[in-house]
Structures are given as structure tokens and as C-alpha cells.
Design a protein around this ligand. Structure first.
Ligand code: PLP
Length: 482
């Protein structure tokens, strides 16, 4: 169809010399009034010259091309966008926090330090661990911090032969990547038929070379390690430490404390469980906690409170040192603190209960049409597996693309790798029953289509701004202009 309105034009292409929005008379000093002439531009900057309408419409249109949680349900298993209350956004950009200069004297940022301290304390309380740093800037950054802390622990005991980190095949992909980046050899172990760690395989892999076992809990098939206490005992008996990837702590918060089942070091993702937006590449926050015997190796400085005064304490000789300039992503930490404060000891567990309930609701409703790979109750996400032979040749990617036509963002697909044709759905604790019913209804409609008109599903999407693309060409010769 002829494009009459040139929607696809860039702002610079829409530019016309002299076109402007409202302009006020010069009331303030101009740069030329006070800067030396050698610092002044000699040419106008090459910026788009647009009317106010042009500008507002351009950016409004671009924002509408984005799929966001503000627009629709986002069931992207393992990396879901979570509830991000607008009120927290407002609080986290209060000028008292947002305008604090990174080099401000500590006496001038007591409020910020207090907030970070309270967050550290809150995370200690919900995990049972002895110390928490909120320095790391993302989940994977937290993992690296945690594994370097593990190394410092072994080094301090002169236990230098520990060169391996054991990672089961149900771990998040960042776990083996982290171990590798920290200089360890990754030893992969297969899971059992129940989707949990195979204890025999673990025992065979453990040795005096094992530095740590990294477990994603719940794991990427959405299951809790039911033998976790036994696993912790085996790991400790071998002289190694148990690392927990707690990015998806929304499945456990208020219900279980990792310290109680033997975790030595763990990270959390504030941008998954604690209300900060996730996606778009950040900023994130991956606080790391440690049990008492490992705590002194965590990065410095720590926020401490002495006689009601908050300060950054850097006097920690055994610490692995700094992991990030300044101290964490304060605005993300503030959102996390707001979230924690919204709940108390009794209501905190409703987060986990609702996350688990919602995932199991979707799983149960779809049973018989789209089945979970492991036929058992799941935690915060359910992983379905689509068998193309039983589905008229329809693959997981077809179902995901057809969901777009029904107005839903596609779940994570083909991950975790141990599930064939995986479709990983994480509804989160914050979606309503009505929304989950609508999502289930869309999948039921797709199931009906698979029986009657499978080609419609195989050729999806049909209602998007681009139809099904040639994926090979898209990867080999990407043409990124629409
Ligand atoms: C289980 C798990 N671990 C680690 C990460 C990595 O977190 P980040 O993307 O902040 O590095 C994620 C990301 O969502 C995750 O789901």
C-alpha cells in the first residue's frame, strides 16, 4: 500500500530549515555572553528542525511501536517484566536522591546511605544471610561478584586446588558463563528425570577440586530443588560452597530463607523480584549476600550505621575490592526498598504464593492441550513442550508468533535447552485472573486452529506490522529499517 503519511521517516528526514516549536524571547544569558569565543560553535549543530507537532507525533509514534508492560501482558519466562509501581518511580527520582552528586560528602547524603543500609538489612532478613552488598549492577554482575567471593574464601584458606564449578543443565545460562569468566572450569551435570539435580551425578562430579556448585533456584524448568538440604550437605562435605542464583526470588520470598537450606553465597535481581523495571539493558541491580563465614570477602565499601550515622566503610582487608564505581544503582535500590517496605512479615509471602498460584493456574488450565514437560506442580513459571508430530507439524515458534496476533507478547521459547520445543510462561504474581484467562483462551484458540487450520498458525503472524519474515535472511542480511 502506498505510504501517504511518511511514518517511517527519521526525524532528521522530517527536518525543514527554521521549523520550530514555541520560542520565547531570550531572557537568560546566552553562552556567548560568558564563554570564551574559542569554546563557541562556529556552525549550527546538525539537529532535526521540527515543529512541536512533528516532534510530539514522532516520539509518540515511536513509543507506540514498543511493546511494554504498560500496554499488555508480558509472560516472557525467565526474563519477565514485573510490576513496576509508578509511585516507586516517582520516589526514586525525588531530587534529594536523584540530584546527589557521586562525590558528595557522606554527611550530605545520609538519606541515600540510610536507604541503602535499610535495603541491605531487609535482604539479610528475608534470606537469613549474614551480609548483603547492593553494589553489583545486574544479575550476572552479582554472580561474578559472588563467585569471586567464593574464590577469595578458598584462597584465604590456602585451598588453591579448587578449580572447578559444578553447574547443572537446568541452570540459567549466565551461571556457567560467570564461572568461566571467573577463571573456573565448568563441570556440567545432567538433571534427573524429575527435572531436579541428579544426586548421583552430583556426587560423581564433586571432588577436592570443586570450588562451588551453582544452583538456580527455582531452576529454569520452574522447579524447586526438592533435595536441597541433602545437596548442601554433599557440597559442604566436599569442602565446596553452595551458590544460589536467586534472580527469581519472587517464587520463594517470605516462604523460605536460603540460609536455612545451606546456601553460602547468593544473588538477587532487584529488577526481577523487587519491582524495578527489567529489560532494555538496564540499569539493574544484583545484590549479593553471604553467610557469616564468607561475608568478609564481599566487595567493599559496605554501608554501615554507627551511632545513627551512616557511612561507607572501606576498611575491609579481606574484601575482593570494588565491583562497581560508586555504590550500586541507587535508584534501582530505592525501588527495591520501597517494595520491601510495602510488605511486612505476614504479607511478604503473598508475593511468592501468587507467583506460584498464577503459574500453576496457567499450567493446569492448558493441560490436555499444551502439556508441561514435567507433569508436576511448578514454582513461578511453567515450561510447556510442544510435540510437532502430535500438532500437525506446528512448532513452538509458530505458536509464539500466533500469540502475537491475539495481542500477547510471546513467552520465552526454546529455553531451557533440556526441554524439547520449550514454551516457557511466567505470568508473575501481579497479573489478574481475567488476564490469565484471556491468555489461556488465546492458547486454546491456537490449539483449535492447530487441529483445523494448522497452516494459519504456521504462517503467523498475520496482523502485525510485518508478516512472517524469512528468518534465515533476517539473520544473514539484516535490514533494520522499516
Ligand atoms: C535466573 C536468572 N539468573 C540470572 C539472570 C541474569 O540477570 P541480568 O540479566 O540482570 O544479568 C537472569 C535474568 O533474568 C535470570 O533469570
Amino acid at each position: 500500500m502506498e505510504e501517504i503519511l511518511k511514518h517511517s521517516e527519521l526525524s532528521i528526514e522530517k527536518s525543514r530549515p527554521g521549523r520550530r516549536g514555541v520560542q520565547f524571547e531570550k531572557t537568560q544569558k546566552h553562552a556567548a555572553d560568558y564563554l570564551p569565543s574559542s569554546y563557541l560553535r562556529t556552525q549550527e549543530p546538525n539537529l532535526p528542525q521540527l515543529s512541536e507537532f512533528d516532534t510530539v507525533r514522532h516520539f509518540t509514534r515511536l513509543s507506540q511501536l514498543n511493546y511494554s508492560l504498560d500496554a499488555q501482558f508480558y509472560p516472557l519466562g525467565s526474563c519477565t517484566m514485573k510490576y513496576n509501581p509508578k509511585a516507586y518511580d516517582v520516589l526514586s527520582v525525588l531530587p534529594q536522591f536523584a540530584s546527589a552528586h557521586p562525590f558528595a560528602p557522606q554527611s550530605a547524603i545520609q538519606g541515600t546511605l540510610k536507604a541503602l543500609y535499610e535495603l541491605q538489612e531487609g535482604l539479610k532478613a528475608i534470606t537469613g544471610l549474614a551480609a548483603f552488598t547492593v553494589q553489583p549492577a545486574a544479575g550476572a554482575h552479582g554472580e561474578l561478584t559472588g563467585i569471586l567471593t567464593v574464590r577469595a574464601y578458598h584462597d584465604s584458606r590456602n585451598d588453591l586446588k579448587r578449580t572447578e564449578v559444578i553447574v547443572p543443565d537446568t541452570a540459567h545460562g549466565t551461571n556457567p558463563a560467570t564461572a568461566n569468566m571467573a577463571g573456573y572450569t565448568v563441570v556440567n551435570i545432567k538433571s534427573g528425570a524429575d527435572g531436579c539435580v541428579d544426586l548421583e551425578a552430583l556426587q560423581d562430579a564433586l571432588s577436592d577440586k570443586t570450588a562451588a556448585v551453582m544452583l538456580t533456584i527455582p531452576n529454569t524448568v520452574g522447579l524447586f530443588e526438592k533435595n536441597i538440604r541433602q545437596i548442601a550437605e554433599m557440597v559442604h562435605k566436599a569442602g565446596a560452597l553452595l551458590y544460589m542464583d536467586g534472580a527469581n526470588f519472587n517464587a520463594l520470598i517470605g516462604l523460605a530463607k536460603p540460609a536455612d537450606f545451606g546456601v553460602d553465597v547468593m544473588h538477587l535481581n532487584l529488577h526481577k523480584t523487587f519491582a524495578a523495571p527489567h529489560g532494555g539493558g538496564g540499569p539493574g541491580s544484583g545484590p549479593v549476600g553471604a553467610a557469616a563465614h564468607v561475608a568478609k570477602f564481599l566487595p567493599k565499601p559496605f554501608v554501615v550505621c554507627e551511632n545513627g550515622v551512616y557511612k561507607l566503610e572501606a576498611d575491609r582487608t579481606e574484601s575482593i575490592g570494588k565491583m562497581k564505581a560508586f555504590y550500586g544503582n541507587a535508584a534501582v535500590c530505592l525501588r527495591g526498598l520501597c517494595y520491601l517496605k510495602q510488605f511486612d512479615g505476614n504479607t511478604l509471602k503473598t508475593i511468592a504464593e501468587n507467583a506460584i498460584l498464577n503459574a500453576n493456574y496457567v499450567r493446569a488450565k492448558l493441560k490436555g492441550k499444551f502439556n508441561a514437560f514435567f507433569d508436576t506442580n511448578c514454582m513461578h513459571e511453567c515450561v510447556l513442550s510442544i510435540d510437532p508430530h502430535a500438532m500437525n507439524g506446528v512448532h513452538t515458534s509458530d505458536v509464539a508468533k500466533r500469540l502475537l496476533d491475539y495481542g500477547f507478547y510471546a513467552p520465552t521459547i526454546y529455553f531451557p535447552l533440556i526441554v524439547p520445543e520449550a514454551l516457557m510462561i511466567e505470568p508473575t504474581e501481579t497479573e489478574s485472573k481475567e488476564m490469565l484467562d484471556a491468555f489461556v483462551r488465546a492458547l486454546e484458540k491456537i490449539y483449535e486452529e492447530i487441529q483445523t487450520t494448522p497452516d494459519v498458525v504456521k504462517a503467523a503472524p498475520h496482523t502485525q506490522c510485518v508478516e512472517r519474515i524469512d528468518e534465515v535472511s533476517a539473520a544473514r542480511q539484516p535490514n533494520l529499517r522499516w
